[in-house]
Ligand binder design. Structure first.
Ligand code: NI
Length: 175
């Protein structure tokens, strides 16, 4: 998982052939994306993760793994925030990689809860943005290289899923 990060910039982007025509008749698409962001029908991924997680051990190194559970959680938070800010603010500058995407400290229960609270807040923000029918899902950002709101939302889903999988395993190893 060392080199994983959701690249907004710095990578050759493929030309995206998407209509820039505004289309507000896409309620079903929005609903699907929101469902993915929230983690499915009946449960929320982050609630499942936190439920029973031995957070007193979230700052412990696990044999054979380069990061603590909190570092992975905080990396997820930073990346999600980075993707959201890139979509929101044309003047946003991403942190340098990799040091800006991975915290140096090992973490503790207080930091765990802070990361989780912020992740939920930021997730609510992108859900609200995607749900707002005045925002075009498919229009490339004027400041981007083909990024759209849909793509950024799916990037969050993809990146969160990847690291939530790691965290689910770490939860078992630490229990
Ligand atoms: Ni990553």
């Amino acid at each position: 998982m060392a080199a994983c990060f959701p690249n907004n910039q710095g990578q050759e982007q493929q030309e995206v052939e998407l209509s820039t025509e505004q289309n507000n008749d896409d309620g079903s698409l929005r609903a699907h994306v929101v469902k993915l962001l929230n983690g499915g029908d009946a449960h929320l991924y982050f609630d499942d993760l936190n439920d029973g997680f031995p957070i007193e051990r979230c700052g412990e190194k696990i044999h054979g793994l380069p990061y603590t559970a909190w570092q992975v959680l905080e990396h997820l938070r930073i990346a999600q925030w980075d993707i959201i800010e890139f979509a929101r603010d044309p003047n946003y500058v991403s942190p340098s990689f990799p040091e800006g995407y991975w915290p140096k400290e090992d973490g503790n229960p207080k930091l765990w809860q802070a990361s989780l609270t912020k992740i939920r807040e930021d997730l609510n923000q992108i859900v609200a943005t995607v749900s707002d029918t005045t925002n075009d899902l498919l229009a490339p950002f004027p400041h981007g290289t083909g990024q759209t709101l849909l793509r950024q939302a799916l990037l969050i889903v993809d990146h969160n899923s990847y690291h939530l999988g790691s965290l689910a395993l770490m939860k078992r190893l630490l229990q």
